[in-house]
Design a protein around this ligand. Structure first.
Ligand SMILES: [Zn+2]
Length: 440
């Protein structure tokens, strides 16, 4: 029925009225017409609203419902309910993942989601994936990368470092205690054991900062030449902050953590085989710290839980080996790499800090600037102050660049496209050549 039908009905209604009173009939007709017009108007408005809703709002609601159901299936911690609308870890990623692996569909189905991601993280890198990274670079960047890699007799696979970084981000945020974090831990364990390293985990529990439920935190300790009693320590954090709390638009969105979380892991994955081959007087450990930033509330929650636990254990349950020096890397994949002396490192481990920058100067890696700039609180504080292991922090805190009006740090913009294999090549070459000197 439409509004015109309503008017015709009104006419027919008029025809069956008795002729007892003309005024009464006229009044009744006015009331009836008003009522029918109102009803018709409401119907018309409802139809317009329904059309508008179908066209504009329904797809959004459907998408939200799909996201909610996909999140329920995802690897993310159930305690973290906030979602980033651009978050890639959805059913589409999952389909893509299955096809990427080129495996028999039934075999893929037998595996848990966790297993599939774990295997994907460390799966061999395809030529097409390499080409995609190369295509994202300008010719000048490619030349810069080639020149940098050629500074070491070992060929550092910086493209692979970038691809590992991308894969970690595809898994979604690696918040401490989340399923994504566990997948990362398992994947890394398999990866490093696969290259013959000894992998130990150092687990401990804390009450979750928000829910107060018990959360297991795990530092991963990868030992190259574990028989050596004097060792050096390369470390990074591998968790991502629960929220992009510096994001100007959506501070409760999740943090991709490409540079701040994945960059150190990606670089260590490609650096480890070279570090293992060094004819070393000192053994080398790669340590991945959990809960560097399990911070939901900045005024309440503590930073550096993993490194503090590691440092306390080193003192209280002293292992039968000693670390001579430590190098922490954090946010080292920024496209505009600018590595200045970090002031806390200079204060606590001056000679060590200078030795790394000296190596960069020798290798003519100009992105290492031998001048102090920021004073950063990071995992190296616990190593220096509690464990008394002289440790320097390589951190490019200006992300994307010094004097830039924007910052990607702790925002939703901390994505793989802001990172560069060229930068990881530069840090990798300096660390590898420095380690060769230091372990002689
Ligand atoms: Zn951070």
């Amino acid at each position: 029925m439409n509004i015109f039908d309503t008017i015709e009905d009104t006419t027919s209604w008029n025809k069956i009225q008795p002729r007892s009173s003309q005024n009464q009939t006229a009044n009744a007709l006015i009331v009836a017409l008003t009522a029918r017009f109102t009803a018709g108007f409401i119907v018309l408005c409802s139809l317009i609203l329904l059309c508008w809703f179908s066209v504009t709002r329904l797809p959004i609601i459907c998408q939200s419902l799909a996201e909610v159901s996909c999140q329920a299936l995802s690897l993310r911690s159930s305690s973290v309910s906030e979602s980033n609308p651009t978050h890639p870890f959805r059913s589409t990623s999952f389909v893509k993942l299955s096809s990427v692996q080129d495996e028999d569909a039934s075999r893929v189905q037998e595996k848990s989601l966790e297993q599939q991601w774990q295997e994907y993280l460390i799966s061999p890198i395809k030529d097409s994936q390499r080409q995609a990274v190369l295509d994202s670079l300008t010719q000048a960047e490619r030349n810069d990368m080639d020149t940098t890699i050629a500074k070491s007799p070992d060929t550092i696979d910086a493209i692979a470092a970038q691809i590992y970084l991308q894969r970690l981000c595809e898994m979604g945020p690696r918040i401490s205690g989340s399923k994504s974090m566990k997948v990362q831990q398992q994947g890394l364990r398999l990866f490093f054991e696969g290259m013959g390293a000894t992998v130990a985990s150092q687990s401990f529990t804390i009450p979750h900062p928000e829910t107060r439920k018990s959360v297991e935190l795990v530092n991963l300790i990868v030992q190259l030449h574990p028989e050596k009693k004097n060792r050096i320590l390369f470390c990074c954090h591998y968790d991502t902050r629960p929220y992009a709390d510096q994001d100007p638009k959506n501070p409760r969105a999740s943090l991709p953590g490409a540079n701040d979380g994945a960059s150190g892991v990606g670089l260590f994955m490609v650096l480890a085989p070279h570090l293992q081959k060094i004819d070393q007087r000192l053994g080398i450990d790669l340590v991945f710290f959990d809960a560097e930033e399990l911070v939901y509330d900045r005024s309440r929650d503590a930073l550096f839980l993993g490194s503090i636990h590691f440092a306390n254990q080193y003192v209280r349950s002293a292992p039968d080996y000693r670390y001579q020096a430590g190098v922490l890397i954090d946010m080292i994949a920024d496209k505009t790499l600018e590595l200045y002396y970090e002031k806390n490192s200079l204060n606590a481990a001056g000679p060590l800090t200078k030795s790394v920058w000296n190596k960069a100067r020798q290798l003519k890696v100009a992105e290492f600037v031998a001048k102090p700039l920021h004073q950063v609180r990071d995992d190296h504080l616990a190593l220096n102050e509690i464990a008394k292991i002289p440790t320097t922090d390589l951190i490019d805190f200006d992300y994307p660049a010094i004097n830039s009006s924007t910052s990607y740090w702790h925002t939703t913009q901390d994505t793989p496209d802001k990172c560069s294999p060229v930068s990881m090549a530069k840090v990798g070459v300096v660390l590898l050549e420095w380690a060769k000197d230091y372990t002689k």
